[in-house]
Write a protein that binds this ligand. Structure first.
Ligand code: VGL
Ligand code: ZN
Length: 205
């Protein structure tokens, strides 16, 4: 891949692996797939879901609610999640076997107590920027290849925002795994396809 392309690895953290706070089925299987494609890229950026313990997205902080309930927040409907990826814990750490030594930036997100952030680009209030688009533009990167967790939440929201910000976007499907509740994966792919997100498998590298 050329200097204008980057691999964007979303939330490859223990919190989303089997045994983590918000486990995603088969998530650990993506680590070797990411490791196989990463050497193709000069540029790589990682994201890390990074919540304070009192974060608004945790069901445990809303007495009477259960994980996967939804509540109304000022910025819209919020899914309540099991406690996951608390700042500084093992749950929030990147997977030890992820082998992308050339990665240049780790964007942490979801650190504002009252706002969730699935997207690597814009928080869930749809206003607060993470700074990632400006960073990528400053480095003349215009084409992004996404992988990681979860396809239907953080990968999809990042892909949609990347398109809205003018980047070419490709999702490496077998380097992702989904939460997939209530049709969320099909919905995510419908929305991504509509805005021109390309879908490939890692074998095409
Ligand atoms: C994610 C739900 C809550 C994700 C993060 O990485 O897809 N999903 N926090
Ligand atoms: Zn989260």
């Amino acid at each position: 891949m050329n200097d204008q392309s980057a691999l964007l690895i979303i939330d490859a953290q223990y919190g989303f692996m089997p045994g983590g706070g918000l486990p995603v089925a088969g998530a650990d299987a993506i680590v070797p797939v990411i490791n196989r494609v990463a050497p193709r890229f000069v540029n790589a950026v990682l994201t890390q879901d990074w919540h304070p313990a009192n974060h608004v997205s945790f069901a445990a902080n809303h007495p009477g609610h259960q994980p996967f309930d939804t509540i109304a927040l000022p910025y819209g409907t919020q899914v309540l999640w099991p406690t996951h990826c608390v700042q500084g814990t093992r749950d929030a750490a990147l997977h030890d076997r992820l082998n992308v030594p050339q990665a240049q930036l780790v964007i942490r997100k979801g650190f504002h107590r009252d706002v969730d952030s699935y997207s690597a680009f814009v928080e869930a209030d749809r206003q607060t920027s993470t700074g990632l688009a400006a960073y990528l533009r400053a480095r003349s990167i215009d084409s992004l290849y996404l992988c990681g967790l979860a396809t239907d939440y953080c990968v999809a929201w990042s892909a949609l925002d990347a398109r809205a910000a003018g980047f070419k976007v490709t999702v490496i499907d077998d380097a992702c795994r989904a939460i997939d509740r209530n049709g969320s994966l099909a919905k995510a792919w419908r929305e991504m396809s509509e805005v021109g997100v390309r879908r490939i498998v890692s074998a095409s590298f």
